[in-house]
Design a protein around this ligand. Structure first.
Ligand SMILES: Cc1cc2nc3c(=O)[nH]c(=O)nc-3n(C[C@H](O)[C@H](O)[C@H](O)COP(=O)(O)OP(=O)(O)OC[C@H]3O[C@@H](n4cnc5c(N)ncnc54)[C@H](O)[C@@H]3O)c2cc1C
Length: 619
């Protein structure tokens, strides 16, 4: 252990992950905590990290309140509808009422925003989206964070949260290692804001072999945002609500601008509107939800998946009409240049010019996120002025661990935040964290050297395991006494894929499959004690895998608990194929006991705050 130098840092606000939410948190923490010590720790480099690393072409969440375009209530109704009723409306409303101010700052900071030439307003792609030239989106928000923080640590992966030894259930910082130097870092902090993004690669991806790693979601998002809080016993919500995306095949290029701005549409191989064909069948499953407008994302996926199973594929996006207009053709291509250049390359390699050939679409493997058209994540307190008692325990966006806050993909129950909403939620969490400190809630935190030393030993163990066990390699990379991170990852992905509703089963699972999946995950957990890492990069892979595995257990437990199919098109419970509002119009909340590793689950009421308030006003 001596060869891994230990660095200690004491601070007030520690932000874990410098993506959209983390940069927002770092920026806002400085606004409220002028004299406080603010540290942001990032696994990559905040200039190009997280889901926005390569840029975006649209900001997907902007109300436009200054022009009366939308109100926060409208956004709550929209998110509620898209998630089949299951959202935390207090969190959604709170984000929506502040998101415009965030976008206006992006504009001031130099993010190139497209404007409607006639009205001078931001150019709308759809009701909620505004268009940007967003290649430099991430460096711009990173600059704001860099100017606000006392220090940004790049290339440090946080592996564990530190817990206060003086007061139960209170956080005291976090630890991790530098992936370049191999040094061990201890951050003792009064508050921690986890903003470490969602989880890709827990389900087996469509792209394997030569295309391995190509997914819709960022491959480096490894579920730390969930694993860190789960490991210390924080409550989680809606972890069953994994997301499946319908995107251009193989490159996963975005379809939003195509549907909304270019007005392209989909059809099956016979040129038919297949969505209509599945209307009656979907109504059987979900009742009136299929008549909602806009059609919930999962139900559109459902029609796609059913049509493909029935032999109607390939499904195409009809681009050949829109691309005859030179302006729309340019927008179509630029859309990829700003965020997914790879899609253009895939088309070139497959001889597809969308002006003359309609490109194919596909549905992705499932991902776990809290900020997109899905809302898995931590169970957090809402804002004082909006939240009913079950949803409020003192500080906005605080998890069920004192002093531990979350934002962006970390936070469950609040879908459709996207990049701007995640940054906004980071701001909200930071404001509350500063208040928590000012209220003297973080006094006398005790972190012993023993706690830090124990984590140090655990963190670097895979290097030791490899060093000893490499002598036993019998052939290639096969050793009788360790597994490599890639071997463990592929085993995890296969369990999730085959038992928990991945692409292998067309997103189908049931109680028996899930039970078996949990058994296999438990054995994997046991074997991950013997994961070996040959260098520091593999050490990162080992810890990413451990975080993915813990996240997967939680997803599986939740999927087992909810005995209905709430989101056909995201996954199916074959033993409970229908949506069941009588028994399951509720949020699911779990807690893993850190001592025993056992999960317990409960139902929590879902309050439809927005329209309830309006009904009350009317009566
Ligand atoms: C493919 C794709 C397309 C999208 N398109 C749009 C769009 O067009 N418009 C839009 O508005 N939004 C879009 N979004 C949504 C938007 O990107 C997310 O909502 C937003 O990035 C979430 O912010 P976050 O901070 O929670 O996660 P991220 O921005 O992903 O940041 C998480 C950060 O945590 C770091 N991290 C992870 N683990 C650790 C660890 N253990 N220790 C330290 N650091 C860690 C990561 O490196 C990363 O920097 C898209 C998302 C995806 C995946």
């Amino acid at each position: 252990m001596a060869k891994h130098k230990t660095h200690y840092e004491d601070c007030d606000v520690l932000v874990v992950g410098g993506g959209m939410a983390g940069t927002g948190a770092t920026f806002e923490a400085r606004h409220w905590g002028r004299d406080m010590k603010i540290i942001c720790v990032e696994k990559a480099n905040i200039d190009r990290s997280g889901a926005v690393a390569q840029g975006l072409y649209a900001i997907n969440c902007y109300m436009g309140m200054q022009w009366g375009e939308n109100q926060p209530e409208d956004h709550v109704r929209y998110a509620r509808n898209d998630l089949m009723g299951m959202v935390r409306e207090d969190l959604g409303y709170d984000m929506a009422r502040h998101v415009d101010s965030t976008v206006h700052m992006f504009d001031e900071w130099g993010l190139p925003m497209m404007k409607n030439e006639k009205t001078g307003r931001y150019l709308r792609e759809g009701k909620w989206q505004i268009m940007i030239h967003g290649e430099s989106y991430k460096p711009i928000v990173a600059e704001a964070a860099k100017k606000s923080a006392d220090k940004i640590y790049n290339r440090i992966m946080i592996t564990h949260l530190l817990m206060d030894e003086a007061q139960e259930n209170r956080v005291g910082g976090a630890v991790g290692f530098n992936m370049r130097t191999g040094d061990y870092h201890v951050f003792r902090s009064k508050t921690v804001i986890v903003a470490a993004g969602g989880a890709s690669h827990i389900f087996k991806p469509r792209a394997v072999g030569e295309g391995m790693g190509r997914t819709w979601y960022a491959p480096w998002s490894n579920g730390s945002a969930y694993a860190l809080p789960i490991a210390v016993g924080a409550k989680m919500t809606q972890m069953e609500n994994r997301i499946v995306l319908c995107r251009f095949k193989d490159g996963y290029g975005p379809v939003g601008a195509y549907f909304l701005h270019l007005k392209t549409y989909t059809q099956n191989a016979n040129g038919e509107n297949y969505e209509k064909k599945w209307y009656d069948q979907t109504k059987e499953l979900v009742g009136e939800y299929i008549d909602h407008h806009p059609t919930p994302t999962c139900l559109r996926n459902h029609a796609f998946i059913q049509e493909t199973i029935a032999g109607g594929g390939p499904i195409h996006m009809v681009t050949t009409e829109a691309f005859q207009d030179p302006h729309l053709e340019t927008v179509g291509w630029e859309n990829f240049l700003g965020m997914t250049v790879g899609q253009a390359v895939v088309w070139a390699s497959q001889n597809i010019d969308p002006k003359y050939t309609n490109p194919e679409l596909t549905t992705s493997e499932p991902y776990v996120m809290g900020s997109h058209a899905t809302c898995s994540g931590a169970w957090v307190s809402g804002p004082e002025d909006l939240s009913p008692p079950e949803y409020f325990w003192g500080y906005n966006r605080m998890l069920t661990i004192d002093g531990l806050f979350g934002a962006g993909d970390t936070v469950g129950g609040s879908a459709h935040k996207f990049s701007s909403g995640s940054f906004t939620e980071g701001r909200l969490a930071a404001k509350a964290a500063v208040k928590y400190i000012n209220d003297q809630k973080a006094e006398d935190i005790k972190i012993t050297d023993k706690q830090c030393e124990d984590f140090k030993e655990a963190i670097f163990k895979p290097l030791e395991t490899y060093q000893v066990a490499q002598n036993e390699i019998t052939g290639g990379t096969v050793s009788p006494s360790y597994i490599s991170p890639i071997q463990g990852l592929q085993r995890l992905q296969r369990i999730m894929d085959e038992y928990v509703g991945g692409i292998a089963t067309n997103y189908m699972t049931n109680g028996n499959m899930l039970k078996r999946g949990l058994e296999l995950l438990a054995w994997l957990e046991e074997d991950l004690e013997k994961v070996g890492a040959e260098d520091l990069h593999q050490l990162m892979r080992a810890w990413e895998l451990k975080h993915r595995a813990l996240t997967s257990q939680c997803v599986t437990e939740h999927t087992m608990f909810r005995e209905e199919t709430r989101w056909p098109g995201y996954y199916y419970r074959g033993d409970h194929m229908k949506l069941d509002d009588d028994n399951w119009h509720c949020l699911t909340v779990s807690r893993r006991d850190p001592k025993t590793g056992k999960f317990s689950l409960e139902k929590v009421p879902v309050y439809h705050i927005v329209d309830e308030n309006e009904k009350k006003k009317a009566s």
